[in-house]
Design a binder for this molecule. Sequence first.
Ligand SMILES: Cc1cc2nc3c(=O)[nH]c(=O)nc-3n(C[C@H](O)[C@H](O)[C@H](O)COP(=O)(O)OP(=O)(O)OC[C@H]3O[C@@H](n4cnc5c(N)ncnc54)[C@H](O)[C@@H]3O)c2cc1C
Length: 391
Amino acid sequence: MKEINTKAKQNTTRRRILKTIGYTAGLSSINACSGIGSSLRIQRSYTRPHSREPFLAPRIARNKIVRVIVGLRPYRPSGFVVKLEEYDEKNIIHNYGHGGGGISLSWGSSALAVHEAARLPVNQAAVIGSGIMGLTTARLLQDAGWDVTIYTRDITRHSVSNVGAGQWAPTSVFEEGVATKAFEEQYKYASRIAHHAYQNLSGANYGIRFVENYYLSHQLGEEAEAYYMRELPELFTSVADLAPHEHPFPVPYVKRTVTMIIEPATFLRRIRDDFLLTGGHFKIKNFTSLDEILSLKENAIFNCTGLGSKALFKDEELTPVKGQLVFIPPDPSIDYLTVGGGSDVTYMFPRSGEILLGGSAQMDDWSRNPEAEVTERIIEDNKKIFDNLRI
Ligand SMILES: Cc1cc2nc3c(=O)[nH]c(=O)nc-3n(C[C@H](O)[C@H](O)[C@H](O)COP(=O)(O)OP(=O)(O)OC[C@H]3O[C@@H](n4cnc5c(N)ncnc54)[C@H](O)[C@@H]3O)c2cc1C
């Protein structure tokens, strides 16, 4: 009984998180909408705001899987931490805990972190961590005149940031009702700054482009619950609730937006190169205690260790949300992404070098091993959508 109660509690918490991120769009069975698909099969041409091409379906099959990866999102129900802590002559500025939206928030959260250090003399700075928060913090510090060294346990390629799917959508970052109103304002501020910064870098060079996003849902109003859509409407263009004859997807409710997709491997490599070209230094170092951190020569120390902050700074609230992604070879014809429409967290993002199929969100799960049944479910959910596209 205790196990059932624990499971029920986990499920409730997980559903709350999924609601926050808008991925509940697909929590009921796709079969429920088969009537819609069959009644509208005659429709073949759809108006698209961004692309001039017709919709095509990615060809999804188990034998096309090229790799499966797992990443642990650093989640805090009350939201990410940006604050300065003084330790005698040392100052630690935290910038961690961005859950499922750290790629989206990076430049904005890092700008807030650098602002925390505004009254410190510009000199040498240490940044701990070389994920997206560490790299964007380091770049902003360099622009402000600091001499920066990044200390990191893993190289960027092995960070959670390199696993991130890369939709510009600050989702699953906090739980409404748990986070304070002050945090919500900080989140919105960071979102706007980050959105602006990414727009300025848009293009193949940094792996950033605008694409049509389709949120698929079996129940009315689910997507409208997504906090970022509701509170930051100015950051999304071409937003529309589509009638069944206006889209090819085999679900009754579809919301469309146009937003950016960021390819983490390209973006991270590019800003790492910018950091090095601007005179930055890297040191591989695994910190095991606060004392070790305080023994660094730099007086300004930026903590961008993501989930690592749990042990280093005894942050009990920080918890992993495990996410699994499945990849198949690229298809240049696929020029839109989808979120939702499956039996659990479901998405399809086309990248230049692969098609990414997601996903999962398993709270408090520290394991980094891909799970065969999750892969199977991801393939099955995406197949049901794209094998039934009304094109
Ligand atoms: C499956 C999945 C899909 C996602 N999709 C999206 C998305 O579509 N859009 C979006 O915006 N976000 C997305 N995210 C979330 C995003 O990837 C994270 O929020 C973000 O990458 C966190 O970045 P970070 O730099 O804080 O942490 P990390 O990338 O984990 O970097 C932490 C760094 O700290 C270092 N470190 C840790 N501990 C120590 C230590 N003790 N000593 C020294 N160094 C240490 C690590 O080596 C690493 O370099 C997704 C995440 C996952 C897993």
